[in-house]
Design a protein around this ligand. Sequence first.
Ligand SMILES: Cc1ncc(COP(=O)(O)O)c(C=O)c1O
Length: 384
Amino acid sequence: MTKKYLIAPGPTPVPEEVLLEMAKPVMHHRNAQFSAIFAEAREGLKPVFGTKQDVLILLSSGTAAMEAALINTMSAGDRVLVINAGKFGERFTMIAKAYGLVVDELVYEWGRVARAEDVKAYLDRHPDTKAVAVQGSETSTTVYHPIRELAEVVRGYKDTILIVDGITSVGVHETRMDEWGIDILITGSQKALMLPPGLAFIALSEKAWAMTKKSNLPKFYLDLTVELKNQKQDTTAWTPGVNLIYGLKAVVKMLKEEGYDNVYKRHTVCAEATRKGLQALGMRLLAKDTPANSATGFFVPEGVNATAVEDYLREKVGVTLASGQDDIKGKAIRVSHLGYHSYFDTIIALSAIEMALKVFGCDIKLGAGVAAAEAVIAAAFPAK
Ligand SMILES: Cc1ncc(COP(=O)(O)O)c(C=O)c1O
């Protein structure tokens, strides 16, 4: 028997109590019993989003919520600025282009974060820009963009909204949507929310809801005004993911019980321990600027094939990490700290990595990464 460890940045492991909730019989969704569960699950998302606005639940993967953000607020020919610092930034551009929007990109080298002053300079040159779209955590490069500073800039332009793809940052980095002035915030079920893939979540500010009234891009399944009308009455426009909603209700309860600050702290400590562990092994991190606490990417030493290391770990010892994407495929590996991940999952990841690197002929000291990580974790748990 090989015990399996899923330590990739999504889908992430699902806690046993959530799995058990989801194993309950499917119920019909147009009745008071389901509505009560749905309402509780939806309410529990608000503190995670840092909003008093409605958080809408969609039966889709996260990309649909990215699409919904644009098609519900933009009109044909509108100008959009996309922060492209990795694979998911690029996706916003692809969606915007598919709908005929005028897209400009601020392109940053992989591993770098967006600079608020660049966004300000762009908006000063193009005050007709209707939206700025950015990731919270760019999962492909494992950086965290300066969302609070970007929101500070964008709120100064009365006709521009800030869309944040928080798919791997909501529930990881504290995000105060209302206070910071984020106009649209998105996340997905299979990351920090500890559920299987299948749900996406989206909240809009009043400024963004006002834009939905003028938006003329085509939409049907993802028409958020239809969803809002239904979800305000504790039901959905279309058939909801009934069992995923049972699971979501359990997840929001778990997060509240742990305490949101403790959730963020756990991610911070695991991420820091991983970074220190990898650096102690002599690995170079993908993030050149502020690293994300969702996942940590690192380059394997020259001459080693990262995909072979990752395959070895998954197939021989049962540890699933994630590969680098696009240009860094075969060169880099990403380790998750997302969701149902705690301190000893971090130790397992580092232990697996150092053993695999040794097996692949790298000159590393076994235990060095684990020791550095243990020092970080121990410091977070003083005796008194
Ligand atoms: C930052 C970010 N945005 C978007 C997505 C796409 O989400 P999905 O695969 O659920 O459509 C991902 C998935 O990993 C992501 O990490």
